[in-house]
Design a protein around this ligand. Sequence first.
Ligand code: GLU
Length: 500
Amino acid sequence: MPTKIRVRFAPSPTGPLHIGGVRTALYNYLFAKKNKGTFVLRIEDTDQNRYVQGAEQYIIDALNWCQIPFDEGPGKEGAFGPYRQSERQHLYKKYADVLIERGKAYYAFDTTEKLDFHRKNHEEQGKTFIYNWHNRLKLDNSLSMMPEEVQRRITAGEDYVIRFLTPPDEKLTLLDTVRGTMIIDTNVLDDKVLFKSDGMPTYHLANIVDDHLMEITHVIRGEEWLPSLALHQQLYDAFEWKAPEFAHLPLIMKPVGKGKLSKRDGEKLGFPVFPLSWKESDGYKEKGYFPEAVINFLALLGWNPGTEQEVFTLEELVELFTLERVQKSGARFDPDKTKWYNQHYLQEKNNFELIPAFQELLSKHGVLNQDAHHLEKIISLIKERATFVSDFWELSNYFFTGPTFYEDKAVKKQWKEESSEIMNNLLPVLNAIEDFSSLTIERIVKDWITSQDYSFGKVMPPLRLVIVGDMKGPHIFDIIALIGKEPTMQRIKTAIAVLT
Ligand code: GLU
């Protein structure tokens, strides 16, 4: 039987999920679904100092909002739980001990002060202190002291950590689906801490043990973890476990200039960097983005289908996604493109679906109790000019209230000497129309214009001006029909009084 594909998204709950984290989750999700596998959420909360209240729930809410829910994880117990590392704490020590027994790791008693001293000392000489082959025998650890002394210190309850014993002079071959083969010289690696004096494993140990115990087949994560790959590969070898396949996703780059996308870029250029709001920062959701748009732009931030296609449903992404098509080089974040996607998905939405959000927006402007069918018609007229539902007010306010002012330039250009008289003459024509529908109004008004020997240019622009307040908006007879006969006539009278 082929092995079942299992992937995991393993965030540390140290704050809100950044949009880059959502992309990692998305690629894991797509890979899992494409291969009929399982998408696991594992909360890596072994670092108690960096734990942030609410962050775990935020992560779960964000995945759900993006419509990329996990199959197993906190609250969705599968056969591999618990899924919070803090609840698995009892598991890790025995694995650290296995490494000690096999001579792959050692106890180190160096105090923080001592290590700081060495670091400083090295810095002063323009060097970097690395705890590894070239100095470990001169430091306070089980490699440099007699076994009895080690035992004595442990029994006496002295603080110690467990470090990985990196073998010198080896060339490690590392494999990554995105980057291919990499060769690393072990002499440049340090002896990373695997187990801390507070009784907690470090990220490295817990991560490898859990990926193994949870039968993870593919590790898909951000490029910032690539430097850890050498240690992780060595840990798998030391345990004699089969390593999963690795795929490190490219960095997401700033919209302009060099470097990684940061929260600051969002603040500076006015786009969200979180999926949902966090403290004072609005997320994509609160800014009015549809999850489909977010998923779509994230999917293409480091992956491409090999065709020109840009718009994908989640199902299509699942169908097309492969790790082989993930790029190596950084992916530039393009805030305009994110808007473009939203605009696209807004156009695709059924108008009735947009009504609740529209109603909410209207109520903020004091417009209440609008008939759903009426709103649907308004949406159908304005939607194509909108990127977000929040644009609807700007685009539609004149449907609900008459102009409070008339735009200066338009008045100067369109309101002529004879405009008042023409508008006044139009009143009885409108009043006589029984079927007040766009087509009928248009036919009757146009016939009237011709019969009076007016030019269209003398009637139509002033008419728009008095109804809308400026020259914008969709087809004027559509607007008039929706506003209704009485309010239309009232607007004409008001304008005559104000503009003449
Ligand atoms: N806990 C790590 C993080 O916060 C997980 C890295 C990994 O996927 O191995 O991203």
